[in-house]
Design a protein around this ligand. Sequence first.
Ligand code: GLC
Length: 507
Amino acid sequence: MVNILSPINIFKREPKLRLLFVASEAAPFIKVGGLGEVMRSLPKALRALGHDARVFLPKYATIDLEKYPLRLELEDLRPAPSEEEDPHGLFISNVLRYDNDSGETIAYFLENMEYYEKRANVYGYTDDAIRWALLSRATPEFLRHSSWRPDVIIAADWQSGLIPNYFHTIYKEDRKLSAIATVFSIHNLFFQAMFDHHFVSEMDYDSGREEIPGFNDPRLSKLNFMRRGIMYADVINTVSPTYSQEITTAEYGEGLHELLSERRSRLSGILNGIDTDIYNPETDSDIQFHYSIKTLDLKTKNKSVLQQKFNLSVRSDVPLFGIVSRLTDQKGFGLLMDAAEPLLENFNMQLVVVGSGEGHFMTFFQELAKKYPQKVGIHLSYDEVLSHTVYAGADAIIIPSRFEPSGLTQMEAMRYGTVPIVRKTGGLADSVVDYDPANKIGTGFVFEKFDHRAFYGAMVRVIETYRYPEFWRDIQKRAMKADFSWTKSAREYVELFKKAIEYHVLG
Ligand code: GLC
């Protein structure tokens, strides 16, 4: 008998997954922080693996329509309320879509005048509960009308926490939607709802079991969206293995550790990656002198550029530290408040700070720059281009976070041979290996205790090591070689999605 290989077998490939990410931000359309970056680069990496990954987000007024022309996908979507609940039609929305240069649809936008279009910012409105409930409810409503339907929906952070809840309740029996599995992704457990969950009275406590109230019902803003996402999703993931463990403890669990422990078998952590096309010192158009691991000497030229930009003395022998961050308590800047002056007094070092945040940190850095003008430079607002200037020009980057679900800056900086100093927590612990001169290993400097003395000690280690250029060079090279491309993590996500589908079938 002739053995004919069945073409089906030859070309047997894994079935392509259809995936819809729902989030409050996604680069390049809109980016406030790390979440936005991940919502660009993870779907992109999944598409490169052959999957059909799209994002769904609000159509903010600030989205550059010239760069990203949008087309109408669906008109007059009525996401929920009955006519009595929405007499002025405020919730009626459109869905727009964006196709990339290859003609693939990669993003959908929820267009609503009242709740997104009229607002200058992404976050921070008193009716945010309504704004995010609207996005969450519009997701199934849109999909009911759409011919494209995902196998899995990935809801990110509290803003889309109601999605798993809606799917598990109202849409459970829906003929078109009931097969869709849900994943809830925790990028930051600290933010759970409209309110600060640390101060919830017993009366306002949301067990997550009550029905979701209507958009205009004041009880909506009392819901803990994050808890509901965790409760109702088929699987839950966080953005690093260490953080996924940490959040099952009282110290890091932000009041949800018991729930997370209960759902432990559904919980996992996958370290974020970075877009190595964008963060690449060989091609980055935001930096002045391109370099690679082989031409690391050229990094010094970028250092001079950075020093000049911040009016610091131009010296190559002094270690230049960078901070590129939201200036919030999470990021650990309290440690600098105690340690920065003694460091600046005792050592020859320089510091540049790029980012904005809480007032007391802004004031602190302003005063530091005033007191040490040759040594400290500040730019207290977020600036994407400048952040690349810092990656290219600084010797080291400081990330002393109290907690850090993943953290991207340490990985981005390492790509530029900028050595990270991090606290051993969350994704920082998973991405930086502490320098050990005896064994010639390490990609950065790691300290464990959240304590200014531990931080000070790590800084002294860095400054001392910097005095030995050959050792320093080896650390830089190891950091640059570390592989943080998305491919590996994207494959882990594919396994996670399959698990979600399996669990969903089991019910
Ligand atoms: C949040 C976390 C950060 C993480 C980012 C993207 O901003 O605080 O650690 O890298 O989300 O997942």
